[in-house]
Design a protein around this ligand. Structure first.
Ligand code: PBG
Length: 345
């Protein structure tokens, strides 16, 4: 330490030498083989998790306008897409259900015949040995008001009443066979309540992925169409303020203390500093979710011919890994896994 480049006799040229001609970082960029050998970050198909939407009552897959290339699946198209994901060698799938009927409590979330629980059983049957089958544990797809929890009389989201719903939802998902519960609702104490219920009911190997640092983001926009969200207003009383970096560490610390097996930062691209902070301090794996709006922006720019689509996708996901994500949820998981295989990983 303390010796700068070319200072005194530590210079490659000795005292008085001209360091500018000796220090050439470009040497390591000079050939594809050299670049490959000196690359600091690599993606692997197993790092990628594919989020999937299954909609009750569909006979064929339906496109999502704001997410070109992503579909709401029927149970049949879902089976085919699961097989494709397993074939591509991704690490897992994250399932979202879109129910036909909604109510204030989100009853379909805890009904064993609710679409998400049905889809989970299908996924376990089809690819349960090859992939980590994960389920979104949140009420927003199932409530008629679109909030992630149940409402108090004054219309606010009632934290502790919601925890009771999450507990029942966790048990329903574990019973359907989910390997990993994605707690995305940002209620205080949700990890503790879910972990305790799983232990009490003998689901000791059902793991918990805590969306620990989830920010109230404009980039969730296209997802609202994907799940036919009924939300009016925003989620700012439970999701985090966009500018809060320190608070993310507090959320992560609490979730780990409550028993989270994995923590998540979400969205990804606008929060890479937060991701790097969490990766530097977390004692459990850290994942990131490249969300719907991040997907839509790149697809839209590419469709206009403004950016190179594949290069932009690759760069965006690599950057999330570089910032510290051990795994990444991305709607490009299968495409990217196929490309990684094709280019030789
Ligand atoms: C909550 C949930 C959301 C997303 C994943 N889980 C919506 C939200 O918090 O508003 C967003 C994912 C995306 O935008 O791709 N169930």
């Amino acid at each position: 330490m303390g010796h700068g480049r070319g200072t005194g006799d530590r210079s490659a040229f000795g005292a008085g030498g001209n360091p500018s001609s000796a220090y050439r970082p470009r040497r390591l960029r000079s050939t594809p083989a050299m670049r490959r050998l000196t690359a600091e970050t690599r993606l692997h198909p197993a790092d990628l998790v594919l989020p999937m939407f299954v909609r009750e009552g569909l006979t064929d897959a339906a496109p999502i306008g704001s997410m070109p290339g992503v579909q709401q699946h029927s149970l049949d198209s879902f089976r085919r897409a699961l097989a494709e994901a397993a074939e591509a060698g991704v690490g897992g799938v994250m399932l979202f259900g879109v129910p036909e009927t909604r109510d204030a409590e989100g009853s379909q979330a805890t009904d064993p015949d609710g679409i998400l629980n049905v889809a989970t059983r299908v996924a376990i049957e089809e690819v349960g040995d090859e992939l980590v089958v994960q389920t979104d544990l949140c009420l927003d797809e199932f409530t008629d008001h679109g909030h992630c929890g149940v409402l108090a009389k004054d219309g606010s989201v009632d934290n502790d009443a919601t925890l009771e719903r999450y507990r029942d939802m966790a048990l329903a998902q574990a019973e359907a066979g989910s390997h990993l519960l994605g707690l995305s609702g940002m209620m205080d104490g949700q990890v503790a309540v879910v972990r305790e219920a799983l232990e009490a009911e003998g689901h000791r190997n059902t793991a918990v992925l805590a969306y620990a640092a989830k920010f109230a983001s404009a980039f969730y926009g296209p997802f609202r169409e994907a799940v036919d969200s009924q939300l009016v207003g925003d989620r700012r009383t439970y999701q985090m303020d966009n500018g809060n970096r320190r608070e993310a560490l507090r959320e992560v610390e609490l979730d780990i203390a409550e028993g989270a097996d994995i923590v998540m930062v979400k969205p990804a691209m606008s929060y890479l500093d937060v991701l790097a902070d969490v990766a530097a301090t977390s004692s459990v794996p850290v994942w990131a979710y490249q969300i719907s709006g991040e997907y839509a922006m790149i697809e839209a720019a590419a469709a206009n011919g403004w950016i190179n689509r594949e290069a932009a996708i690759d760069e965006s996901v690599l950057a999330i890994k570089r910032a510290g994500a051990d795994a990444i949820l991305t709607y490009w998981a299968v495409e990217l896994a196929d490309r990684l295989h094709a280019t030789g990983i």
